[in-house]
Ligand binder design. Structure first.
Ligand code: GCU
Length: 445
């Protein structure tokens, strides 16, 4: 009997351990993808219906470019402004001005020209300002003059994008990061080049492009307090929870900043403002898409792992949800977006319509296989389901029926997509594809 009892105990113990092991395994499993308690498997996605981008609010169907541009497109822009990102205060600023604060025509060991430009958004130099960093190929652009440009915001200050000791260290507030050497919310010398791999500057410049970047926190700090400082303060933005329901948030401010940089490009004779690719990773990819949707001057828009509120369809509720993103980052979107917490099915739009707003200009959406939090398939569908808008312009869009397999980039007519192995990031695999596509859609023949 005692032996039997022991045997029972052993069985119980082994069951218990098996349970603990499997629970731990499923926790790590979820941890690899994102926080536990969210959908990471396709067979768990509940049924959902996506809206037809060409169906107007009055029920009529858009059949031509004119109706799209005069009726449906403004309708969609209004819905995204009111319900998702908040309204962007209009246009150029009379007092905006700039100054080139440094230039080195033999930077990166002679491989590039490096320039730093300070942009002031008001006539008064005490108002908000942002520090733009530009690298471009050395010498004369020849038949490619002036240089086409990749423009993107960065997470940890300009000094983080290249191993170049001459870049001015950002003095601005920053989210803490032990990994990237941000100490007490400030960049340290050790932050130099920490994201060099994410920018591939030597490669981009060697391929004949300029690359320009600005720290997102110069426009609006990536925290609630940011809304009432810098650019937010300039436009008298209210505190995060006191905002009018359709007032903008940080993503709106970042997108606005990208357009102001475009205003600057239009005045820089070395850069070609008609050939600018606006790009962004993750939260900054959301901003790049919103900038591209609002500002038709961007010739190409690149969304790298932009996920929820970016290229991924919200209605799939795969990975990050509307409730979760509004909870974790209450200052990113308009207060109205919170009306869809746990009610994605009630959204009058979905993210494929954001991409449709960019048509017929090309959009490149990229996902990473392990980045389930951002929902790779949802990102693919964001691009795919915008195709009817491209069709109005005689373009096929992606032109594939199924989601492309791993490492099978699809560079279509108006839309491009790839899924790469690995985690939430932007690396040389991504850059090589973006450059290939840009050669096709931005380079002069
Ligand atoms: C978080 C957030 C995402 C965002 C990402 C990032 O994971 O939930 O929405 O895209 O941060 O910006 O890296």
């Amino acid at each position: 009997m005692p032996a039997l009892k022991g045997c029972y105990l052993m069985i119980h113990f082994s069951r218990f351990f098996a349970f603990v092991l499997s629970a731990a395994a499923s926790l790590t499993f979820a941890a690899n993808f994102g926080p536990a308690g969210f959908i990471y498997e396709e067979n768990q996605v509940p049924p959902y219906t996506t809206s037809d981008p060409l169906r107007c609010q009055d029920g009529s169907l858009v059949k031509d470019v004119q109706t799209w541009e005069n009726k449906r497109r403004p309708e969609l822009l209004e819905i995204f402004s009111r319900e998702v990102y908040g309204r962007t205060p209009g246009g150029r600023l009379a007092g905006m001005h700039w100054e080139e604060t440094s230039v080195d025509r033999a930077a990166l060991g002679g491989q590039a020209v490096r320039r730093e430009i300070t942009l002031w958004f008001t006539e008064n130099k005490n108002g908000p300002k942002a520090r733009l960093l530009i690298y471009q190929p050395p010498g004369n652009a020849g038949k490619h003059a002036p240089w086409p440009v990749f423009l993107g915001l960065n997470f940890f200050g300009n000094q983080s994008v290249a191993n170049d000791p001459a870049i001015t260290l950002s003095p601005a507030w920053m989210r803490p990061s032990a990994e990237f050497h941000v100490v007490e919310n400030r960049a340290t010398e050790k932050t130099r080049g920490v994201h060099a791999g994410r920018w591939s500057i030597e490669t981009v410049v060697a391929r004949g492009y300029a690359t320009a970047t600005l720290y997102c926190g110069d426009l609006s700090e990536d925290r609630s307090e940011g809304l009432v400082r810098d650019v937010g303060a300039l436009f008298k933005t209210k505190a995060v929870n006191e905002r009018a329901p359709d007032e903008w948030g940080a993503i709106g401010i970042w997108a606005w900043g990208l357009s102001r940089i475009m205003d600057y490009f239009e005045n820089d004779p070395e850069l070609d403002a008609s050939r600018v690719a606006v790009h962004g990773h993750s939260r900054l990819g959301k901003a790049a898409l919103w900038a591209g949707a609002q500002d038709p001057r961007f010739a190409l828009v690149i969304s790298n792992n932009s996920g929820c509120g970016g290229a991924a369809l919200s209605k799939r509720i795969f990975g990050e949800t509307v409730q979760r993103i509004n909870g974790s980052f209450p200052f990113w979107f308009a207060v109205n977006f919170r009306n869809y917490n746990g009610r994605e099915d009630k959204l009058p739009i979905d993210q494929h319509e954001l991409i449709g707003l960019i048509a017929p200009r090309p959009v490149y959406v990229a996902s990473a296989q392990e980045d389930r939090w951002a929902d790779p398939k949802g990102e693919y569908l964001g691009a795919k389901l915008s195709e009817p808008v491209y069709a109005l312009y005689g373009k096929t869009g992606l032109g594939v029926k199924e989601m492309p397999a791993l490492h099978y980039p699809v560079h279509g007519d108006g839309l491009a997509y790839h899924l790469r192995a690995g985690k939430h990031d932007i690396n040389t695999y991504d850059w090589t594809r973006y450059l290939d596509y840009a050669d096709r859609v931005l380079k002069k023949p």
